[in-house]
Design a protein around this ligand. Sequence first.
Ligand code: HEC
Length: 121
Amino acid sequence: MKGGVFIAVLVLTGVTTNLSYAQDAEHGQTIFKACAACHATDHANRVGPGLEGIIGRKAATAPGFSYSSAMKQSGIVWDAKTLDAYLESPQKVVPGNRMAYTGLKNPTDRTDLVTYLATLK
Ligand code: HEC
């Protein structure tokens, strides 16, 4: 009997975690509208490079995109942590980079945005 309750709790926890993940990603997609003026969610380069597969990508490696030397020399690999820092303050993390975006100050918004970016694969 006790074991059954334990499993039920585990299952329920799993369901809520998945649900909140989906909601976070959905909220992140809304925030992404501010990025979509310059970035495509696939490999197409616009004003900014295409962001498909951005998690795990080395900075300045989208084929055919002409990056600033600041971005090329940043040595960053994009993951949840580096994206969070860059999106909070692009010019602080990569001084002299050409992304004309002042930064997203709300930490929850940033986390949700990065959760959404992680779905672009
Ligand atoms: C006004 C246009 C513009 C907006 C708005 C913008 N970006 Fe960018 N972004 C760029 C440009 C241009 C670069 C390339 C910068 C460079 O080479 O110095 C870039 C680079 C990046 C990179 C590095 C990509 C790589 O291949 O290394 C990421 C990640 C990124 N942007 C994410 C975002 C996100 C997320 C948002 C929304 C919060 C956003 N950007 C808003 C223009 C923009």
